[in-house]
Design a protein around this ligand. Structure first.
Ligand code: MCA
Ligand code: AMP
Length: 484
């Protein structure tokens, strides 16, 4: 079947013998990936939407490529998602099939879906992609992301957004088929899955996934041919902490072509410690689930600590004041708005939220506050909503945690805030008024409750007890006075 649109992954057909994916001691060449994903694509071709049990394994990578080849939108699921959150995502996205590695046990919330095992052998028939490349506007992935209140929303990402963002990063980073990426990011978010798996595959290069992040794993892969590292600031913080006692780590990092950080702000202190020990400057890029990548320091540009670089090719970026007018003085703090082919199309089933996210002329409101250096470098200074917490690179809405805490019988009132944390960037703090002050729930009980309902990374790391929450005359909780 011929198609007027170029394929997302030309290397599947063009570079059969080159390595594509490696997870631990299991790997696939492009020909093997084309065969495995191609045959899976045939078996899911009629599905309306598929869910993907996104463990940090080779199967997840094959599953997402198969769905993309089939032109079936795929919803990556965090396998640690708790009952309530998983129930919401499945009801909201209504997949008909769930893709999982053979032997993976799936929770009851997925029981009604047809299960298709992801196998790594493709059978003997044609390894070529079975379907023509779909329309670039058609949905590729639905990725769930937290807001300040309510359950997570599904951002619908079209194929053109993925192609655009990955090609803009090729331009900014000089990313080629010779690059070998190493990372240990989770595979149910944009950073780990789209940049970290689909990125190398679009370039015809390769990726080695660590299964889970470790400083030792990074050192080993950079010592054995890896050229690029992707990580969230927590990972770079752990690298910076390990460097003084680990000269081999410094040597491995100094040999990398490019070290990239994103998902949250990289503290200047960690940036400088890594630069001092390795002679290499970590490059920061700035993105969002809804927009994919917006800006980056360029590989051939000046790596300026504390900035996220300049707008990527094809991305329009401006700062606006509270009234939505473009700031005339770029040195003044304003909200970042972006426009371009890298953007999502909508929040699934949420026309209200979609409409609220865009201006009348199509700019997306990021909620991130920034200033511009005179030469256009973007400096993010904070977020508009204090109720969005970034912990370990994960975006977490205070409201969803408050709702989960309020369901615990030992909690009468609850407020959730983020506090600075050297390792996580921000740590989740729960302020609670116990139902029975004589017998308050333990911190562990509350953390387990949130982990079981929502996800482990949303659990409070600190719990503080109060006799009442500070409220204004309207009864609204005054979060800013909590920390005071
Ligand atoms: C601990 N655990 C629990 C509990 N306590 N499980 C259940 N109940 C509990 N009460 C488990 C955890 O599940 C985990 O299991 C282990 O204990 C340790 O977890 P944790 O303490 O959370 O680990 P951590 O040290 O906090 O993790 C740091 C991290 C992680 C590795 C940096 O935060 C991470 O992977 N962050 C990446 C986030 C990311 O990719 N964001 C991208 C989205 P186990 O050990 O088995 O796992 S942002 C994005 O995509 C945009 C577009 C962008 O710009 O990039
Ligand atoms: P998410 O919705 O999980 O995709 O997270 C997107 C948010 O992460 C953005 O709106 C920013 O607040 C933050 N973010 C991503 N990259 C960076 C970065 N390099 N520096 C500062 N914040 C970042």
């Amino acid at each position: 079947m011929s198609s007027p649109h170029p394929p997302l992954f030309p290397a599947l057909a063009a570079a059969p013998d080159l390595p594509a994916l490696r997870f631990g001691d299991r790997s696939l060449t492009y020909a093997e990936l084309a065969a495995a994903a191609g045959s899976l694509a045939k078996s899911i071709g009629s599905a309306r939407r598929v869910a993907l049990w996104a463990t940090p394994t080779l199967e997840t990578a094959v599953g997402v490529v198969a769905a993309l080849l089939a032109g079936v939108p795929v919803v990556p699921l965090n396998p640690k998602t708790g009952e309530r959150e998983l129930g919401h995502i499945v009801t909201d996205s209504a997949p008909t099939v769930v893709l999982a590695a053979p032997g993976d046990e799936l929770p009851a919330a997925l029981g009604a879906l047809r299960r298709t095992d992801i196998t790594l052998t493709g059978g003997t028939d044609s390894p070529a992609p079975p379907h023509a490349e779909p329309d670039p506007q058609s949905p590729a992935l639905v990725v769930y992301t937290s807001g300040t209140t309510g359950p997570p929303k599904g951002a619908v990402l079209p194929r053109r957004a993925i192609a655009t963002t990955l090609d803009a990063l090729e331009d900014a980073w000089g990313w080629t088929s010779d690059d070998v990426l190493v990372h240990g990011l989770p595979l149910f978010h944009v950073h780990g899955l789209i940049l970290g798996i689909l990125g190398p595959l679009r370039r015809g290069g390769s990726v080695r996934h660590l299964g889970r992040f470790s400083v030792e794993g990074v050192r080993h892969e950079l010592d054995h041919g890896a050229t690029m590292l992707f990580g969230v600031p927590t990972m770079y913080h752990r690298i910076a902490e390990a460097l003084p006692a680990d000269p081999a780590l410094a040597k491995a990092l100094s040999g990398a072509r490019i070290l990239v950080s994103g998902s949250a702000a990289l503290p200047v202190h960690d940036h400088e410690r890594i630069a001092a020990a390795t002679g290499r400057r970590v490059i920061e890029r700035y993105g969002m689930t809804e927009t994919l990548m917006n800006t980056s320091v360029r590989a051939d540009g000046e790596p300026r600590a504390g900035t996220v670089g300049v707008p990527l090719r094809g991305v329009e970026l401006r700062l606006v004041d509270e009234k939505g007018a473009e700031t005339t003085d770029p040195a003044e703090v304003g909200e970042i708005e972006v426009r371009g082919p890298n953007l999502f199309t909508e929040y699934l089933n949420r026309p209200d939220a979609t409409a609220a996210a865009f201006t009348a002329d199509g700019w997306f409101r990021t909620g991130d506050m920034a200033v511009l250096d005179a030469d256009g470098y973007v400096r993010i200074v904070g977020r508009k909503a204090t109720d969005l917490i970034k912990s370990g690179g994960y975006k977490i809405g205070a409201g969803e945690i408050e709702n989960a805490l309020l369901e615990h019988p030992g909690v009468r009132e609850a407020a959730v805030t983020g506090e600075p944390d050297d390792d996580l960037g921000e740590r989740i703090v729960a302020w609670i008024v116990p139902t029975d002050p004589e017998q308050p729930p333990t911190d562990r009980e509350l953390a387990d409750h949130v982990a079981a309902q929502l996800a482990p990374h949303k659990r409070p790391r600190t719990v503080r007890h109060l006799t009442e929450l500070p409220r204004n005359d309207m009864g609204k909780i005054m979060k800013r006075s909590l920390h005071a």
